[in-house]
Design a protein around this ligand. Structure first.
Ligand code: SF4
Length: 503
């Protein structure tokens, strides 16, 4: 990070610089003192912010290609309080939780491991998502830097994947620290996809476990096997196949009519597993529900879809204006195609290997078509049109008994835009059981009581759906095996299983 400021002259719209008689300097968020950072080979990258399992897998995966990454612990309420103490007012929850978690980690390095603040600043870098979307997301990095400075870590480096650049990154500063090779991206995406698959299986199995904690234990055993496979560069598909045995050993009772709840909303709030959303998924499970979580892959697919849409517009404009098609657009198109194929292929192979049969990668074209009538597809920020699309899809395809949209308090794209549109959607689809809930870090009691009220209706629906079916006198043992995943029009998992027996 350079402390130097370039001098930029202000000009009027004709380019005349002299009328103002003054110069403006480009503002840089530079540290007060010059800092000598350690060479790249000694730099430690901190990552965090995805699910607990994914952060750990990323750590092992990137270690396998010689990158020195360390996963931060899961942010908790203490992180939120630290984030609030050092951050500006009026930020979104994810900022407070993320930066507070980082500050707590750095303070532990200082207080428990005896590293000086100077050493920490020169050696560590935090990798996060950034962007200049039309919401507070664009301010995250500046906010992080402010909080870190006030906490005593002035000059601490933060580098980001720009969400609005989709798969096209390439920031100079980032390239100096990170090895942005195709290998890096492929390894990262593999870890994310595998994490998504195991998480999805966990959510399918946990509500039906006979012994409390057995699914989590099996998932952790799978995680350790996969981390080892990454580190020792062993075949991942074969390792996932070996995980089948671990998962199949978990005893399940799957004939319990549980309310199926689709959890979606703002990316971080819907995905995080902890105090950031009041442990929403675990709370739902403890109340007798089965969750359909939002895999990180959905956000990845949205970024690819947005990049493709922008490119199509550019190409259309070039044709309309008789401009020669730019070579860079051809290159971008190839890259987008490759990215799509890579994500779909890896997901397909890995899911098949471990035994996730009934989950499909979101069909972005279908989701866009479902929501187009309600939500302008060019409106980016947050999850764009996806929240509206998910609700419509859930009702039309009977995917769940309840759809919860969770978002940080005052989230611009989610609370202010999507939820406004959702009232029209629920009006047109009266059978939709939809709940929008905000998280503020405080006010858990109100949050839980609203979720419980919506869940009551969902549980009734699940029970009625199940009881309307004829249960066979003899239940084949395969029903309780996680690998048996029939596909039919019922929403509840137990109802799906009974329906598949065809009595
Ligand atoms: S999407 Fe919502 S929560 Fe996320 S940064 Fe934007 S306004 Fe904040």
């Amino acid at each position: 990070m350079s402390a130097a400021c370039s001098t930029v002259k202000m000009s009027d719209k004709n380019g005349d610089l002299s009328f103002i008689g003054q110069t403006a300097t480009q503002w840089h968020d530079a540290p007060k003192e010059t800092i000598t950072y350690v060479p790249k080979s000694e730099t430690i990258m901190l990552v965090g912010g995805l699910t607990i399992l994914q952060d750990k897998l990323i750590e092992s995966a990137l270690a396998s290609i010689g990158e020195n990454f360390v996963a931060l612990p899961n942010p908790n309420f203490e992180s939120f309080q630290t984030g609030k103490a050092f951050g500006n007012r009026g930020q979104c929850n994810p900022t407070y939780f993320t930066v507070g978690n980082l500050v707590n980690y750095l303070q532990k390095l200082r207080d428990e491991q005896g590293l000086s603040e100077k050493e920490i600043v020169s050696k560590y870098v935090f990798l996060t998502a950034g962007g200049c979307g039309p919401c507070r997301f664009g301010m995250y990095i500046t906010e992080y830097k402010k909080a870190l400075r006030d906490a005593g870590f002035d000059g601490f480096r933060i580098t980001s994947f720009e969400h609005d650049k989709g798969i096209f990154q390439g920031d100079d500063e980032m390239e100096q620290i990170l090895n942005l090779s195709p290998k890096f991206f492929v390894t990262l995406v593999k870890a994310i996809i595998i994490g998504d698959i195991i998480n999805l299986l966990g959510y399918k199995m946990r509500p039906y476990e006979v012994k409390t904690g057995s699914v989590d234990k099996a998932m952790e055993s799978c995680r350790l096997l996969i981390s080892k496979a990454f580190e020792e560069k062993r075949n991942l598909t074969k390792t996932l196949w070996n995980c089948r045995k671990i998962l199949a050993n978990v005893k399940l009772n799957r004939l319990q009519p549980k309310a199926k709840v689709l959890v979606m909303g703002e990316f971080w709030a819907a995905m995080t597993e902890g105090d950031g959303n009041y442990n929403l998924h675990r709370f739902l499970e403890s109340e007798g529900a089965e969750c359909i979580p939002q895999p990180v892959m959905n956000r990845l697919m949205l970024s690819i879809w947005e990049a493709e849409r922008k490119l199509l517009k550019k190409e259309t404009l070039e044709v309309e204006t008789d401009k020669k098609v730019d070579f860079s657009t051809v290159k971008s198109r190839v890259l987008i195609k490759l990215a799509k194929v890579a994500v779909k292929t890896h997901f397909g192979i890995y899911a098949k290997a471990i035994g996730l049969h009934d989950y499909e990668i979101p069909n972005m074209e279908k989701l866009a078509a479902l929501s187009e009538e309600y939500y302008t597809l060019d409106c980016e920020g947050g999850e764009g049109h996806l929240e509206v699309a998910h609700l419509i899809e859930s009702v039309k395809d009977n995917l769940s008994h309840l759809t919860i949209s969770v978002k940080p308090f005052g989230c611009m794209p989610s609370s202010a835009v999507s939820d406004g549109v959702q009232s029209l959607v629920t009006n047109r689809f009266p059978s939709a059981n939809f709940l929008s809930v905000e998280t503020s870090g405080e006010g858990a009691a109100n949050f839980y009581s609203r979720v419980q009220m919506a869940l009551f209706k969902a549980k009734q629906s699940a029970k009625e759906e199940f009881e309307a079916l004829t249960i066979p006198e003899e239940i084949p043992q395969k029903v309780h095996n996680y690998l048996y995943q029939p596909h039919n029009a019922k929403a509840g998992s137990a109802a799906k299983l009974v329906e598949s027996l065809g009595v």
